[in-house]
Design a protein around this ligand. Sequence first.
Ligand code: GDP
Length: 435
Amino acid sequence: MFEALGNKLQDILDRVGRESKLTGEQVKAAMREIRMALLEADVNYGVAKDFVARVSEKAVGQEVTGSLTAGQTVVKLVHDELIETLGGQAAQPTLKTDGNVWFMVGLQGAGKTTSAGKLAAFYKGKGRRVLLVAADTQRPAARDQLEVLSKQVGVPVLKVQDGETPQGTRRRLDEYLKTDYRDLVIVDTAGRLQIDEALMDQLAALQAELVPTETLLVVDAMTGQEALNVARTFDERVHLSGLIMTKMDGDARGGAALSARSVTGKPIYFAGTSEKLNGLEPFYPDRVAGRILGMGDVLGLIERAQQADLKAMEVKKPGDFDLEDLLTQLRQIRKMGPLGDLLKLIPGMSRALPEGFNVDEGQIQRIDAMISSMTVKERHNPKIIDGRRRKRIAAGSGHTVQDINRLLKMHEQMKDMMKMFQRLGGQGGKGLPGG
Ligand code: GDP
């Protein structure tokens, strides 16, 4: 996400940041470029204009402040303004101990059903007792789709029946909750291809019965400014509390995300970053701003590691780091998401990587296959893997003996590296190899 805008802004700020003094003309020229970059990223015109006006105002007469040069000060001003524009403080939906009913609304195809499943997974992971309610009677397959998602997440689903009235739905929900306690009910409502009165009436009627504590609009980031028109219309009829912006992974421009707060007055609670159930991230304006400017998102990286439960990766002693440990680590890392995406969270990395850079996920799969073809004894004690065994493992995993040799050598090198780090007084054998 934001690659196109990020690259342009980083270019501009790279140049500006190197200047120890800046003339008014230089600041003006940079601001013109920033405004162009924002507009090309489909940021709302007014938002782009105000953005540049605010930065310019603060940048005027900037001399060296503290340890920052004039150029660096401008970079910081842009960074701070990005955070403000993205919403300032991170916002989350209100969650009481009990009785939470969240409405998911949005146009068909925005990602409503998928996001309902993702939210269920997210909050189940936080210890909530979630119930999904499939009330999208408009899109033919939506209720079945939510049922499939509910099974994947491991939460129950209540399906609204054809022709059921909102009162009927409320009664069935009340009945359900009497027998199975749930503290968070997520309702996937009907969407349409376009906003129409019938849809709004239907939503308002269900809303009046179920009295949601949060009404979340799911919008597709790739539809750009149109997403925000949709938000305004929905807000007029069903009063939104916040936004979930989906398909950020496919949106290199980011205009909708950057304009959302100013144009709609609503915070973005979550960003959808893949089609998968774990492709949902709380929206932190400061971290997103950091990512746009290539400053990385170390906290995001740590959180993903925590989600993937990298505790399992702790190894006793570097010397004991065997192939079984290597296999466990690789599988844990893969759970964290595409490796290319992870690398971009590291400060400076998004710039250092060549355009279109991709980590070879296949390589990890090949190592997985090779280790999986070994016996437990071999994994724990690779020394016993002689020529005969290498041949067997190669044949079993569809590789050559040279591949197996390379893997064993790599494992030896990793062990050496871990020992070296331990000698250097690093973290010992904990965490990633060498980490
Ligand atoms: P609904 O009609 O609003 O319920 O939309 P769906 O939940 O069925 O989503 C429509 C399509 O968008 C599906 O193919 C989803 O897999 C896809 N989708 C939803 N959210 C995301 C996202 O954050 N990233 C990507 N890449 N695809 C998404």
